[in-house]
Write a protein that binds this ligand. Structure first.
Ligand code: PAF
Length: 283
């Protein structure tokens, strides 16, 4: 496994692998790797002959009052995990390498960024789209793997890749959950034992909502109302949004008459947690 901090050797490694007929897979991360990242890496390992992981805590996707400074940074452990998972290349650029002085270009994807987290984190998806486009240029992989826990992020990146004719194919991978259903996230480490218990209500409420759709409830307002009730019953938390959206366009639906995604964001203690499940049309 090679660990690279500069752009040119990354391009060269990808080019060489592709010239030899290899399929290159890319797993972009911000580090603090856990089981959900390892699933992305393992999936990439199965489908690709060369696997590159990027570890970069991207400042441009954090708002002024968000946790950029205290975001967990565990590079040594991350590199060992990558090595053990059979990764070929890890790119760990500095902020100066990714954003050299004088950078003036920003990518804005409209439409799919407007609702859900986009409404609560202004500029967040510009930061994500810009850094991911740069990573796709630095490591022009054949396939790139993203977790469905960040469903809106995956849709935004897929839209951006289509709109900018980026040939990398976006591969969504299922959410990995703790034993009690909590979606795995690097930010779960911020939760106290009591908050951790409350956090389990999020997936419980989402699974119950999916079940109610399977048994004939299609009224989105009734379904989201039941989700809010279940989460609030678990303790004093701050619900940012609970929305049922069209799975492709992310437009809010009133009735579940097509494939949808039930999405939510909730603040529990110091943590902003997001989760979602697929529902509708036989799911
Ligand atoms: O999901 C993440 O970890 C980040 O948003 C990503 C895609 C690596 C971009 O910084």
């Amino acid at each position: 496994m090679v660990v690279l901090e500069d752009v040119e050797p990354c391009r060269q490694a990808v080019r060489e692998s592709q010239q030899q007929g290899g399929i290159v897979g890319l797993v972009p991360t911000m580090g603090a790797l856990h089981e959900a990242h390892l699933l992305l890496i393992r999936t990439a390992r199965k489908r690709c002959s060369y696997v590159a992981v990027t570890i970069f805590v991207n400042p441009t996707q954090f708002g002024p009052n968000e946790d950029f400074d205290k975001y967990p940074r565990t590079l040594e452990t991350d590199l060992s995990a990558c090595e053990a998972a059979g990764v070929d290349l890890v790119f760990t650029p500095s902020v100066e390498t990714m954003y050299p002085a004088g950078s003036q270009t920003n990518i804005h994807v409209s439409g799919v960024t407007e609702g859900l987290c986009g409404a609560w984190r202004p500029g967040h998806f510009d930061g994500v789209a810009t850094v991911v486009a740069k990573l796709f240029n630095i490591l022009p992989a054949d396939l790139a793997f993203f977790g469905e826990k960040d469903y809106q992020q995956m849709v935004v990146i897929r839209r951006m890749a289509r709109d900018l004719n980026i040939p990398t194919v976006i591969v969504p991978c299922p959410t990995v959950r703790e034993a009690d259903g909590l979606a795995m996230s690097s930010r779960n480490a911020y939760l106290s034992a009591e908050e951790r218990k409350q956090a389990a209500s999020l997936s419980r409420a989402l699974f119950a909502a999916r079940k109610s759709i399977q048994t004939g409830e299609y009224d989105a307002a009734k379904i989201t109302g039941a989700i809010r009730k279940e989460i609030l019953a678990a303790g004093p938390v701050d619900i940012e949004y609970v929305d049922i959206v069209n799975a492709d366009t992310l437009e809010v639906v009133k009735s579940v008459d097509r494939p949808v995604r039930i999405c939510l964001a909730v603040r529990i203690g110091p943590c902003r947690l997001i989760d979602n499940v697929a529902a509708g049309a036989g799911k």
